[in-house]
Design a protein around this ligand. Structure first.
Ligand SMILES: *Cc1c(COP(=O)(O)O)cnc(C)c1O
Length: 453
């Protein structure tokens, strides 16, 4: 690690005062803090000139590269025009134009847009709106939510309540609502002889059984469509979403699609729900919404939900959830420009080529003695690193094998940030095939180091 000068002034100032997310700060006694000066395309450039290929789109936010000139230009122009205005009683062009565009590009039926300023806040909005819809319909007994095992929906208390990743949840469990957990259709958990569609069918049967018992007290089922990202990039068959839509209709509960990570082309289609041909009752968007420039989120819902709140003031049915920066013009303007890039450029078509190159480069790893699974959905690919391939036995978590891959990546110009021992790739869409080669080569060498000793 002496390749990273501990004496770097910026790092010293950082470690004197800052507290970073998802970090045991003590780790920075040995793990380098990486000071970044600027970004350019798929690359991050350190204060010392070192370059890191951003293989994880800076926590899945970036779509078209860092410091994208078109997005930067739109932001600068908006900043000189209107930076912010209260969004209760007031409105502005970027918020309206973005809402129109979101309604146009999302699955049919989603016609109403509520803004918030990060992914977790969008989940809070969707949960409260679903509950409040049923209350306004005279069903105040519906107070619970069904979530999938291995799900992640954010880390504020409501969003964490419907999440099932122990690392984030366990400590705070005493503070949380208790969701009803339905087993995930995760294809990695297939039984012998089952293909992903068969896993989806079996898990739909499980969900049906839960709904038979609990539908009367349930507001909504919340899922991450196609890929459970923070839970380890676990992937499942679109039939599950088709079946979920039918079950929600049959049992009178809402379907909340959390497309915060998978939206905006990550899975191959603009939205993951499209691959199942379904429209949810609520769709949560954030992360790629602004191309990775600014925090913003949106919850889209149906006229039916909206109308359940629309009444005389005295009826007391209004939805109550307000953030100071709701509908921020800067963020809305950049999001609108992001959608215009999708409109003007063949993004999804280009991604198909990149995704198949990535697939071809990862295919040989299926024979690797410590890789139990190679899976991919569009521009998301993941490898499951294990101690024993035949028994799919993981390495003891305390050995932190994935961390070794991360460190190897930093030393070799690649930002790979495994989720435990799941090594994954979720690059910006401007990555080139040669850059994909660099990412994969670095990961393969990192894995070789991580599994030795
Ligand atoms: C990241 C994420 C969230 C939370 O978004 P934040 O902006 O980090 O609060 C929610 N759901 C999913 C699926 C995510 O990946």
């Amino acid at each position: 690690m002496n390749a990273f000068p501990a004496g770097d002034a910026l790092v010293r100032r950082d470690l004197s005062h800052l507290w970073h997310p998802c970090t045991q700060m003590h780790d920075h006694q040995t793990v380098p803090m990486v000071p970044i000066a600027r970004g350019e395309g798929a690359w991050l450039i350190g204060t010392d000139g070192r370059r890191y290929l951003d293989g994880i789109s800076s926590w899945w936010t970036n779509l078209f590269g860092h410091a994208h000139p078109r997005l930067a230009g739109a932001l600068a122009e908006q900043a000189r025009t209107l930076e912010h205005v209260i969004f209760a009683g007031f409105t502005h062009e970027p918020a309206v134009a973005l809402a129109e565009e979101l309604v146009r590009v999302t699955p049919p039926g989603l016609e109403r847009v509520f803004y918030a300023d990060n992914g977790s806040a969008a989940i809070e909005v969707a949960l409260k709106m679903s509950f409040h819809y049923w209350l306004n319909q005279g069903h105040g007994e519906k107070t619970r939510f069904i979530a999938l095992t291995g799900s992640y929906h954010g880390e504020t208390l409501g969003a964490l309540s419907v999440s099932d990743v122990a690392l984030y949840r366990k400590t705070y469990a005493p503070l949380l609502l208790t969701p009803i957990l339905a087993p995930s259709p995760d294809a990695y958990e297939a039984q012998p002889g089952e293909d992903p569609a068969a896993v989806a069918r079996r898990r739909l049967d499980d969900l049906r059984a839960l709904l038979e018992r609990h539908a009367h007290e349930v507001c909504a089922v919340i899922v991450e469509p196609l890929v459970q990202c923070a839970g380890g990039m676990r992937m499942y068959h679109p039939d599950y979403l088709t079946g979920l839509r039918a079950l929600c209709d049959a049992f009178g509960v809402h379907f909340i699609a959390d497309e915060i990570a998978v939206g905006f082309g990550r899975t191959g289609s603009l939205f993951a729900c499209e691959q199942a041909g379904v429209s949810p009752d609520f769709m949560c968007l954030s992360k790629g919404l602004t191309g990775g420039f600014l925090p913003l989120s949106a919850v889209l819902t149906t006229p039916r939900v909206y109308e359940a709140f629309y009444a005389e003031y005295s009826a007391g049915k209004a939805f109550l959830h307000s953030h100071s920066y709701t509908g921020n013009p800067l963020a809305c303007r950049v999001a609108l420009e992001t959608l215009r890039i999708f409109r003007d450029e063949p993004v999804l078509e280009r991604n198909r080529g990149l995704a198949s190159h990535l697939a071809a480069r990862l295919a040989p790893l299926r024979d690797h003695p410590h890789v139990a699974d190679v899976r991919q959905t569009g521009m998301i690919a993941a490898l499951e690193l294990v101690a024993d391939k035949a028994g799919r036995q993981p390495f003891p978590a305390a050995e932190r094998r994935g961390l070794r891959v991360y460190l190897h990546g930093l030393e070799n110009g690649a930002l790979l940030r495994p989720l435990g021992d799941v090594i994954y790739f979720m690059p910006p869409y401007v990555i080139t095939p040669q850059e994909i080669d660099h990412l994969v080569d670095t990961a393969v060498a990192g894995i070789a180091q991580a599994v030795s000793r």
